[in-house]
Design a binder for this molecule. Sequence first.
Ligand code: SAH
Length: 234
Amino acid sequence: MQIRLFVNQPLAVGATVCLPEDQRHYLRNVLRAQPGAELFVFNGREGEFSAVLSVLNKKEAQIQICRVLRGQPEKRDVRLYFALLKRDCTALVVEKATELGVTKIVPVITQYTSVQRVNVERLRAVAIEACEQCRRLDVPEISEPVALAALLNEQNADEPLLIHLDETGTGHKAEQVFKGVDRAAFLVGPEGGFSESERALIAATPHTVGLDLGERILRAETAAIAALALFMCR
Ligand code: SAH
């Protein structure tokens, strides 16, 4: 089994890197790795390296960086603004958005959001774990929650096209919405949808377009994953 680790420290060929306690514990007590084991490490900034586990005991874990395997990929600007969902659904959205290549995730507070608070550090750990699993080398930025009105107030022609997922049938088909679009921000409503006043605010915001994912009413997490998959895999 390949061991992939996000190591939030400078990485360079020939360097010796001391791992934090949680990763020492994970390697020794969960994976039962042995000194000499090969790892793949990345820090989200300098690409991917092969490394060897040079020290692993009850007190410390050290790796020797061996060689560069992959350079750091060009960063795209694809964002997900999603209304906070119930705990597990929020984590699911962050995990799947990370796998699908989103570069910034912004939890949004809307009128019908069922949850007002979220543990952002936990979401960042979910994203890092998803990067390790899917071999992604850049870690998406996850911000603190923002109110929908504040988010829309920042929208302008210099920002990525804001594509709001619209289940009312007034949105446009993906092929039409995505044509010629490279930078995009997807806005997904909560389980209860956007309120009428929020829909009016979105409609009045410049550089936005509604995306219709068909006549079925999808769960917010389904809609977010479907829209991102359509956009990122075309
Ligand atoms: N208002 C809906 C529930 C909201 S679904 C109802 O009538 O029950 C949660 C969110 O998922 C919506 O706010 C929308 O952003 C997105 N969504 C769901 N189905 C969609 C579809 N068919 N097309 C586009 N977006 C959709």
